[in-house]
Design a protein around this ligand. Structure first.
Ligand code: PEP
Ligand code: MG
Length: 844
């Protein structure tokens, strides 16, 4: 909304009003950041001074940038030098991209802590685009209550801004410089220039070859076609034009350290070697085993039909703004989980989403009656054409970043109405799918999935295994160049995608598939019988589930119980927290689906790579090392209490076992046990459910003896245990091949856990992905694991595997592999062991 009307801002805090010049910091006091005011706060919540969109939440959560509906941009900065607190004492209540209403709480502040650890609590409220508005304070001293009028702003008339005699014009400065960025001003350097310019209130433009672009617009800057060593002119206009000019000249003439970013980040050495050895074969990482052949289908191509026009602009603007906020929030949320290189690329995408040139075209198209989707599509394609027509291959390549954003926005705009017709049996290729994409594809009956990025222990991979859908990840960006419609073979057992199989190979695959089908039929016939080893030891083969439907599937597949119910999956795609009753009903449904079998229900494990819409967590520098699992229960005890109460109300309670995620020490377990006692007492219960802990961080494995003393059982989460032991992100595409739970370091931790638990008379299960890997069955049994919780479709196969083993031979194998040098050596030893088992069976 850009109009000439005044707009009032309300006080974001109650407290004393402090004028700009009185702020005890020269950067704020001399107006270098922009005009504004400050409050010395009395209350611990920062409220939105007006309606608008959150454009940035500082990583350290001490400041928020808000764009008001009249285009003014505000820095809401709590305290001075509070950035040094590194987020301690601040809790963000909103996310980037989120729309807020006036008075909405934005930040919660531990006033006591911040006051004691920083210079002052005085909190400036600064107008960043001060050249576009004048401010008039409602009061210049005394105290104010939150929500009371604080100031009014009036847009500066255009003529005044442009007038050569105005104060601003008098401060216009210019300078020239050669661009030092490799490849010229492509997307990331352009985003860097934009970011530099945004630190100042001056308006900045680059002039080159008779054209000019505002630094606000990344695509505008890219569209200038500036190559490395081209000389550009920088023009700055505003209060701080001198400092801005110096900063911009520096930013343009200093090559950024990550110019190598233009190369794909997913390749790793072993894959490249294999790929060279076998032409026509791409090697990735198995996320879900299996074999399939079929036509290749690319999911993420969205075609828009013709737009008849005549849409209501106000309605479409609203839809457009919401979609934009959602995409921004999605991208911002994913930045935390990316490595430095990837996040640099996606930070550029975020800048592109704010690009006034793109937004301008889209808004114009909406005003002409086009739908939000067509308007955005038109804006992106027009900018793509500009980049592609420049005689600069690197810039032309960057058009793909824009197409990526077109795709994301259209997905958001079209929502469930996305009309994807995936041929049944197709092998679907994508850069990276979301869990909901995967579930949709499984419903369409696709043959398999392959992704350029992604990790083998990601939740997409977990869901793929749950669906029994062959899936290979981390195949590299060249996957996206393979022609659609081509018949391919996806040999997910070996992480291979064969892109040009001949007729004989395709026929061979059909033969293999029918052989496997028959073997599976045989296994399925015995799936409901117990899994006894050759020497008569019973191994429970339970299932990992996420819903009642999964539990029904597990029951059909012969699971001996539920070894892990990931409760967080019950509550995704919701905008409000589930009530206690809703939770109880969900848990009861899983119990009911499992007849008389035990069900292990894990308390909510969000944070890390799992986020819930209704539970916005503050941004963290290292989310997987932050507030996740049981730590969230400590920080938000009311959430944990509600879940525990819901669990205590299921019947029969004897079949329900509670499992705690991310335990690192005994006190966490004891606290929950104590709380369960109190809640059970309040509910009048005499019975208590069994209580177990996840062993998924190295400290838990090392403390297994002490934990086993107080826990009823231990359940090893090999997905996180691999991540934290090997110091490798479980979702890192480039490392996916190396995040292998058969690493001897992991096996030693498992051995330590089993020994400690047995010493205390407790049993140990494995519920991470390693349990579903038939190659690992013998080792795990040899180490002393007595329950394997696997994906429902794998129950019959793992039971069949167990029946071929003798625990004494497994122990010998386990003893041997503990001393091997790495995961590959362990896999090799397991393969040899398996061959011997099969050979002995054939002799018998
Ligand atoms: C694990 O970490 O192995 C586990 C089972 O938990 P999740 O995959 O849900 O983090
Ligand atoms: Mg885990």
């Amino acid at each position: 909304m850009h109009n000439n009307k005044q707009m009032t801002l309300s006080a974001p805090f109650s407290g004393a009003v402090i004028t700009l010049t009185q702020i005890p910091d020269p950067v704020f006091a001399n107006g270098a950041m922009g005009d504004g005011v400050a409050i010395d706060p009395l209350d611990d919540v920062l409220h939105a001074p007006c309606a608008g969109v959150i454009i940035n939440v500082a990583r350290t959560r001490h400041a928020i940038n808000l764009r008001a509906d009249n285009g003014s941009e505000w820095l809401l900065h709590v305290g001075i030098d509070s950035v040094e607190l590194e987020g301690e004492g601040f809790q963000a209540l909103v996310k980037e991209g989120q729309r807020v209403t006036e008075g909405q709480p934005l930040l919660r502040i531990d006033l006591d802590y911040v006051a004691r650890h920083s210079r002052t609590l005085i909190s400036p409220l600064i107008l960043l685009n001060s050249d576009r508005f004048t401010l008039s304070l409602a009061r210049t001293s005394g105290s104010i209550n939150v929500g009371e009028p604080l100031l009014t702003m009036t847009p500066v008339a255009r003529q005044e801004q442009d007038s050569p005699s105005s104060d601003i014009r008098a401060r216009q400065v210019r300078g020239s410089i050669r661009v030092a960025h490799t490849g010229g001003l492509h997307a990331r350097p352009a985003a860097l220039v934009r970011q530099t310019a945004r630190q100042f209130s001056s308006h900045v433009e680059l002039h080159f070859a008779g054209a000019s672009a505002s630094t606000d617009s990344v695509t505008g800057l890219m569209g200038l076609g500036i190559a490395e060593q081209d000389e550009v002119e920088v023009v700055c206009l505003g209060h701080d034009s001198e400092v801005a000019l110096q900063a911009l000249l520096k930013a343009l003439s200093t090559p950024s350290p990550d110019e190598k970013l233009s190369t794909p980040v997913t390749a790793d050495l072993p894959r490249t070697e294999h790929a060279e050895r076998e032409p026509g074969v791409m090697i990735g990482v198995t996320a879900s085993p299996g074999l399939a052949s079929g036509p290749l289908f690319r999911l993420d191509t969205i075609e828009l039909g013709d737009d008849p026009g005549g849409h209501r602009p106000d309605e479409q603007r609203q839809i457009f703004t919401e979609a934009l906020a959602q995409v921004r929030a999605d991208i911002s949320g994913s930045l935390d989980h990316q490595n430095h290189e990837q996040s640099a690329i996606f930070a550029t995408h975020l800048a592109m989403l704010e690009d006034p040139a793109l937004l301008g075209i889209a808004h114009d198209a909406i005003d002409q009656g086009h739908s939000a989707g067509h308007a955005w599509s038109e804006a992106v394609l027009r900018q793509c054409a500009v980049l592609e027509n420049l005689d600069n291959p690197l810039l032309a390549e960057r058009a793909n970043d824009l197409r990526d954003l077109r795709q994301r926005m259209l997905l958001s705009l079209l929502g469930d109405a996305r009309d994807v017709e995936v041929p049944p049996g197709a092998i679907v290729v994508a850069r990276e799918l979301t869990p909901s994409d995967l579930l949709m594809l499984a419903e369409c009956g696709v043959g398999g999935i392959c992704m350029a990025d992604g990790g083998a222990t990601s939740h997409v991979a977990i869901l793929a295994r749950g669906q029994g859908l062959p899936c290979v990840v981390a195949l590299g960006a060249t996957l996206l160049d393979v022609a659609i419609g081509q018949e391919v073979v996806l040999d997910a057992d070996n992480g291979r995608l064969e892109i040009s199989p001949d007729e004989a190979r395709l026929r061979g695959i059909q033969g293999l598939r029918s052989q496997r089908f028959e073997q599976r039929q045989r296994q399925q016939q015995h799936a409901h019988l117990p899994a006894l080893t050759q020497d008569g030891v019973n191994i429970d083969i339970a299932a990992n589930v996420a819903s009642r439907a999964d539990a029904e599937n597990a029951q059909l597949n012969g699971a001996d119980g539920v070894g892990l119910l990931r409760t967080e999956f019950l509550f995704v795609d919701r905008s409000t927290a589930p009530t206690e009753d809703e939770q109880r009903a969900a848990y009861q449904a899983v119990l009911d689906a499992m007849d008389a079998k035990p069900v292990i229900i894990r308390t909510i494990d969000v944070g890390g790579d799992k986020q819930l819409e209704y539970l916005p967590l503050p941004a963290e520098a290292n989310p997987v090392l932050g507030l996740r699992g049981i730590r969230l229960g400590q920080a938000r005890p009311e959430l944990l209490d509600q879940q525990l109460r819901a669990l205590l109300r299921v019947t029969p309670l004897a079949r329900c076992r509670i499992l705690l995620p991310m335990i690192t020490e005994v006190s966490e377990l004891l606290a929950v046990r104590g709380r369960i006692d109190e809640l059970a007492q309040a509910l009048g219960l005499t019975e208590r459910p069994q209580l177990g802990v996840m062993i998924e961080v190295p400290s838990a494995a090392l403390m297994a003896e002490q934990l086993a003393e107080h826990a009823d059982f231990l359940s090893i989460g090999t997905n996180d245990l691999s991540q934290y032991t090997l110091a490798m992100d479980r979702d890192h595409a480039g490392l996916a091949a190396r995040v292998d739970a058969l690493h001897p370091a992991l096996l030693r931790l498992i051995a330590m856990t089993c020994d400690a638990a047995h010493g205390k008379g407790r049993w140990v299960g494995v519920c991470g992905a390693l349990a579903s890997d038939p190659l690992a069955t013998a080792v795990l049994i040899g180490l002393g694991v007595r329950e394997l919780s696997v994906s429902p479709p794998n129950v019959a196969q793992i039971k069949a595997q167990v029946r071929e083993l003798d625990t004494r031979h497994c122990q010998t194998l386990a003893h041997h592999v503990l001393n091997l040098s790495g995961a590959e050596a362990v896999r090799e030893a397991c393969r040899t062991f398996q061959t011997q088992v099969v050979a002995q069976k054939n002799i018998a």
